[in-house]
Design a protein around this ligand. Sequence first.
Ligand SMILES: Nc1ncnc2c1ncn2[C@@H]1O[C@H](COP(=O)(O)OP(=O)(O)O)[C@@H](O)[C@H]1O
Ligand SMILES: [Mg+2]
Length: 238
Amino acid sequence: MLRLVDLTKNYDGKKLAVDGINLDVSSGEIFGFIGPNGAGKTTTIKMITGMLLPTSGKVFVDNVDVRNRPVEAKKRFAFVPDHAEIFDSISGFDYLNFIGDIYNVSKNLRQKRIEQFTVPFGIYEDLGKAISSFSHGMKQKLMISGALLSKPKLFILDEPLVGLDPKSAKMLKDIMKEHCAAGGTVFFSSHVLEVVENLCDRIAIIQDGRIIAMGTVADIKAQGGSLEDIFLELTENE
Ligand SMILES: Nc1ncnc2c1ncn2[C@@H]1O[C@H](COP(=O)(O)OP(=O)(O)O)[C@@H](O)[C@H]1O
Ligand SMILES: [Mg+2]
């Protein structure tokens, strides 16, 4: 569902922010992209979504080349960025309807899905208000709800659990699991290892733009000493 081939980004002609990343995420998987601050997670995700041009390498979403066929690729995924950058002079309802229009979600389905996500997130009652009055967490929940409105095949999230209270974080994890149980795929980044333990089918650990370990959490732990150290280092960074 998501394939990265030798993906590389050089911002400034010196150090590579992303250095030859290869990975394959299958349908139905929850894949965690884990690494400390500055490892290259956001840069990789921006190249996946087409927001940033790779220096070299390729990205395929559902076998569609993101660079050559950007619109076809974008029909297949939805993305929630790490900062809740959102038009905030409109209301929550206007935002969701705007997304629904872009993705051609019928009025009936739209209403059903808006309720499906915003009611449990506890923001349904606030959707009539201007987004500028929303807290960071509320904006994030709104963006997650908007991203899921089109039932994307691939759901991409950058540091989604930052800024969510424990109840909302648990809800988002359940949403990710349900998305995959229904045949969807989730790719998300985190600098916190603990959150991935019971959530991800597989993880990749990225450091200095390179994947230094990949597999199930159990696989990685079984590799022993040095990786355990990496785990500790990552969790310490929290
Ligand atoms: N726009 C940019 N211009 C130059 N360097 C950048 C830019 N964005 C990120 N970087 C650098 O690229 C590296 C990876 O950053 P980033 O992808 O944001 O890491 P992460 O999301 O894992 O914290 C860091 O060294 C960072 O300083
Ligand atoms: Mg980042």
